[in-house]
Design a protein around this ligand. Structure first.
Ligand code: CA
Length: 228
């Protein structure tokens, strides 16, 4: 899961980044409206946390602008101003929910998960990976109806590969989706996590093929030889 945090106050931004990273989210931080606009153009996010008062413009205006441009990412407003006018304006602008500062981290993650569930229930489904099933609604991997234990990052990595079944996913794309946008990918880390996920897939581990020097392809095709 990839989150864009748009927050100009450094302590608040750092707090959100470190807390969400610990929860297994990949987090990018934008400090201004302009930065947020750049990030939204180059990366795909699962959710945006958007501060209302920003240097260079208001979060409400930014949200309205994105919606006009067809950017439909779920948006959760973070607002310090507990007044009805702002909330109504935010929801009118096309945000999905809002949180009044200060808020607890538990409340924040609960809201994020609710937004993701809402998004997912409108289209997500299961993807078969050999004898495994990736259940994207509940974010888990099943083998014979038993959940396989995956960390948040392992899940994200596998989900991203599964959403691109049969297509090459570069290390950079994986890095940017599961870790961080705009930073140099750490190929070592990506390879280590690929190894973890292969192990978790057991007999299906070989379905993650390495494309030398480029990245990985997940083969989700049914087992053609199984019944012969
Ligand atoms: Ca602010």
């Amino acid at each position: 899961m990839k989150v864009l945090v748009v927050e100009d106050e450094k302590p608040a931004a750092n707090y959100l980044k470190s807390g969400l990273s610990e929860e297994g989210f990949a987090v990018d931080v934008a400090r201004t409206v302009g930065d947020a606009d750049d990030f939204i153009e180059i990366a795909v996010y699962d959710v945006v946390l958007l501060d209302v008062m920003l240097p260079g413009g208001s979060g409400i205006e930014l949200c309205r602008n994105w919606r006009k441009r067809g950017i439909s990412v779920p948006i959760l407003f973070l607002t310090a101003r507990d007044d009805l006018h702002d909330r109504v304006a935010g929801l009118d602008a096309g945000s999905d929910d809002y949180l009044i500062k200060p808020f607890s981290f538990e409340e924040l993650t609960a809201r994020i998960r609710a937004l993701l569930r809402r998004q997912r229930s409108s289209g997500a489904s299961d993807i078969a990976i050999g004898s495994h099933v990736l259940d994207m609604n509940r974010r888990r991997l099943l083998l014979n109806a038993e959940a396989v234990s995956l960390t948040a990052r392992e899940y994200q990595l596998l989900e991203y590969l599964a959403l691109n079944c049969g297509r090459l996913v570069t290390r950079t794309a994986l890095w940017e989706h599961v870790w961080e946008t705009g930073s140099e990918p750490d190929s070592n880390v990506v390879d280590v996590y690929i190894r973890y996920v292969r192990n978790k897939l057991g007999d299906d581990g070989g379905r993650i093929e390495t494309v030398r020097g480029r990245g990985y392809v997940l083969n989700c095709a049914a087992n053609v030889h199984e019944h012969q």
